[in-house]
Unconditional design. Sequence first.
Length: 306
Amino acid sequence: MKNIKYIICALFLTSLLTSCQDEDQVFGDIIPPSNIQITATIEGADAANPNGDGSGVVHFTATANNAVSYVFVYNGSETPAPSGRLTYNFAILGVHTYTVTVIATGTAGVTSSASIQVDVLSTYAPPADLLDKLHGGTSKTWRIKSEKPGHFGLGPVGGTIPTEWYGAGVDEKVGVGMYDDRYIFNADGTFMHITDNTNDGAGTDPTGTIFGRDPLIYNDLGNSGSGTIDGADVLNFPFDDYSGNWALTAPSGVETINLTGTGFIGYYTSGNHQYQIFDRSLPNEMLLRTTDGNNEFDWWFIITTD
C-alpha cells in the first residue's frame, strides 16, 4: 500500500513540474518592446511642398522589436492599430506641428512608447452648407435611417454603387444595438455617441449596446465575453456613451467626416474612422461610406436628423 502511495505522489509531482515547465515555455521571458521606429508620409509632400498638398493627410507606420500590437495617440485620443499603420487627417488650417505618440505592446501586456512630430499643411475650409447640415451652427443629432432600404450595407472597397453586395431592408436590424444609437455633432468640433437613447427618459443613463464586426470590435474595444456572435457580426456588445471630436476634410476632393479615437457610426468596423460623404443632396440625410480595418469591404450608412 505504501508503494502505491509513493507512486501516486511521484506521479503528482512529475505532473506538477511538467505543468510548470509548460507554462514557462508558453510565456517565456517578458520583454518590453524596444527600438520603436515611426515614419510619417505626408500626402503630396515633395521638395516644393514639404508640408504636403493641403489635404492634411498623413500616413504613419510604426515598428518595434518584440511588439505584438500598437496604439496611436493624438490629442488625447487613442486609436488601436494592430498592424502599426494608421492614417490621420489634420484639419487645422495652415501649417501646424502635430505630435503623435505610439504605444507598442509586447507579451503579457508590457508597453513602451515613442513620439514623432510632423509639420502639416491643411488648406481645406468646409463649405458653409455642409457645416449647416452637419450641426446647424449649434448642434444636431443624427441616427441610422432604419425606415429606408439600404440604410446599412456593404460592397467592394472603392465601389461606387451603394450597398452593392448587401443592403439591409426596412428595420431589418432591429434589436442588434444600432437603431437606438444617436450621433451628436456640435459646432465646437465635439462629438458624442449615445449608445442607447431609450434609457435616458428619467435622466442620463450612459449604458447601452452597439453593433459591430467580429473580431474587429473585440480587438479594439476589448473582449470580456460580452455580446452575441452571429456569423461575422457581434450583436449588442455592451458599450457606454462616449465623447470625442470630429473634423471635416476633403482628401482627393471627397468630403469626409473624421472621428477621433475609436469613434464610429452605425456598425463598428475599425479602420481609420473616416466616413466619406457620398451623397448629401437630400434634406436631413447623408449617405456615408467607410472602409473596414481588414480592408475587406466598404460599409454604407444612411443617417438622418428626422
